[in-house]
Design a protein around this ligand. Structure first.
Ligand code: NAP
Length: 331
């Protein structure tokens, strides 16, 4: 079976690639830059240069492909818009997959997308789900809430570096999940026939509010967070203002996502049936506590080692210092 992974250089995509390679799949990755994707080649994947927004590049990438796991999404740093990548690009990929006779298509959506039709990425995910379901391909949709990996940049690093941690007024609790666990489900779906033409929520063991995560980070790091509260109305005003300018559309579309986080409604779902269907154990899913414990434990150990090395170097320098030596001689 040749498995094509799209978005394999991303946070989730790389874990999907790793898992699939480890499970013995022949993995091909569609990448925009072979330089950025060099690590995937080292892991044993075949690289094919391509771009969702250049449909002519998809045909060659799909030759001989049995299944696709699509983990691509528009990058905030890219000039391409959410609509160009997550809608036009995905429609092109689904059409190309159908034409190439691909047998399975695994798609990552966002939990509760249908509840936020005014949020561009949510509406695009909802429409893509529908488009995929009507394409005639055998599909599995996995609806995600958030990644544990995202918490490091959002809370971990700012708290360790005494930088502000931004939170909106009422923040919705989110059931974050480790991308390694998400990857396990995505690859498993390829071998579980019951998952064909179905959509499942895929979320962590429980939902956490921003305040709870901050408290936990403070406890684990021994540092106090500098919390900066961003009023939701200010964000809405900025978003509305940016819509006046074409260059601001992409930023405005991303800011719209704060509506989801500030809605106060938890991004969470029951996973009982999902574990049963996929034949996986909830006990083996990484919890947010254990993930952050491991992260802070590693960083605090490193910081202690650095402090120790610094103190040792200072001591040695002082010993070698000619000033010290001469003062010793004179005394
Ligand atoms: N992050 C979250 O918290 C979250 C929550 C819910 C759902 N999801 C979904 O999970 C999936 C993975 O998200 P992620 O955060 O792991 O993504 P990510 O880290 O931002 O990575 C995006 C990937 O898409 C690729 N890509 C972007 N534009 C492309 C194009 N035009 N053609 C081909 N590839 C392109 C990027 O390649 P380059 O390296 O070339 O840029 C990169 O590999 C997405 O479907 C996302 O919507 C994410």
């Amino acid at each position: 079976m040749t498995l094509l992974i799209v978005g394999a250089t991303g946070t989730l995509g790389r874990q999907v690639a790793r898992r699939a390679i480890d499970e013995g799949y022949k993995v091909r990755c569609l990448v925009r830059s072979t330089k950025r994707a060099a690590f995937l080649k080292e892991w044993g994947a075949e690289l094919v240069r391509g771009d969702l927004c250049k449909p002519e590049t998809l045909t060659e990438a799909l030759t001989g492909v049995t299944a696709i796991i699509d983990a691509a999404t528009s990058r905030p740093t890219d000039s391409l818009t959410i609509k160009q990548v997550d809608w036009d690009g995905k429609v092109a990929l689904i059409q190309a997959a159908k034409a190439a006779g691909v047998e399975r298509f695994i798609f990552f959506s966002i939990l509760d997308a249908e509840k936020y039709q005014d949020v561009p990425l949510m509406e695009i995910k909802r429409c893509t789900e529908l488009y995929l379901a009507e394409s005639g391909l055998n599909y599995t949709i996995l609806r995600l809430a958030g990644f544990l990996q995202g918490l490091i940049g959002q809370y971990g690093i700012p708290i360790l570096e005494n930088q502000p941690v931004w939170v909106t007024g009422a923040s919705s609790p989110v059931a974050y999940m480790d991308t390694l666990d998400i990857a396990k489900f995505a690859v498993r779906a390829l071998n579980v026939p019951e998952t064909q033409n179905q959509a499942y929520p895929l979320v962590g063991t429980r939902a956490w509010s921003a305040e709870e995560i901050i408290n936990l980070c403070e406890r684990l790091s021994g540092k106090e967070a500098k919390i900066t509260r961003m009023p939701i109305n200010l964000l809405r005003a900025v978003q509305g203002f940016l819509r006046f300018f074409q260059w601001g559309w992409n930023v405005a579309d991303r800011l719209a996502f704060t509506e989801v986080v500030a809605s106060g409604k938890p991004l969470n779902a029951s996973m009982e049936q999902v574990y049963t269907v996929f034949g996986l154990e909830q006990e083996q899913t990484t919890t947010l506590e254990s993930y952050l414990q491991e992260y802070f434990g590693r960083i605090m150990k490193k910081l202690k080692e650095l402090d120790y090395d610094k103190a040792k170097n200072k001591k040695q320098k002082n010993k070698k210092s000619p000033m010290k030596q001469s003062s010793k001689v004179n005394s």
